[in-house]
Design a protein around this ligand. Structure first.
Ligand SMILES: [Mg+2]
Length: 195
């Protein structure tokens, strides 16, 4: 909570500075599109093999699969998505799962659909997912930040110029913040090299 609060404060601060021409370069350290993988990044399972539809939500908001097995997400995910959304960040999903309908159903049941402007969910190389995100959003690859638990995806997407953060244990506020720092350090280095 502390980490994300400081991010939000920093974010509003940078945004207000961005209105002033003198400090406009400060605004460039924020990613213009933040992209998340699903399996083992936002939730701790493979949607195509570990859970079975149909899914349902009980009155207490918990989601279960066909075998009455609770379907969980990494616990800090809703707070992270909610704060990013409120701070005005554009968010997207890039997932290679073949269980497209199931993945869509779960993001809906978790009430996450309100947070994502773009979603690319289909099998194949994540390079394709990002080419589509780039074409739909108009955001340059260098202005994107991506979180994924698999090294091969990080390698593929990095080749486009996207800043990629490996999250082997899924997303937490700490892991999210580390990705943001990586993005800022990378931008600072690029700026230095261009001077
Ligand atoms: Mg994954």
């Amino acid at each position: 909570m502390i980490l994300i609060s400081s991010l939000v404060l920093k974010s509003s601060f940078v945004r207000s500075l961005g209105n002033c021409k003198t400090f406009s370069s400060f605004a460039m350290v924020e990613p213009k599109l933040i992209v998340f993988d699903l399996d083992y990044t936002l939730w701790p399972f493979w949607v195509d093999t570990h859970v079975d539809p149909p899914f349902h939500k009980t009155s207490d908001g918990k989601v279960y699969d066909a075998h009455q097995q609770r379907v969980k997400y990494y616990k800090e995910v809703p707070d992270i998505l909610n704060h990013l959304h409120k701070s005005g960040f554009q968010l997207a999903i890039a997932s290679r799962t073949s269980a497209i309908a199931e993945a869509n159903e779960l993001t809906k049941l978790f009430n996450w659909d309100q947070y994502f402007q773009y979603r690319q969910i289909f099998p194949g190389s994540k390079i394709t997912h990002f080419k589509k995100l780039h074409s739909l959003s108009g955001v340059p690859y260098e202005e994107m930040l991506f979180y994924d638990d698999e090294h091969r995806n990080i390698l593929d997407v990095s080749s486009l110029g996207v800043t990629c953060m490996l999250v082997p244990d899924g997303i937490s506020q700490k892991a999210f913040q580390e990705g943001l720092e990586l993005f800022k350090n990378r931008k600072a280095k690029t700026k230095q090299n261009n001077n």
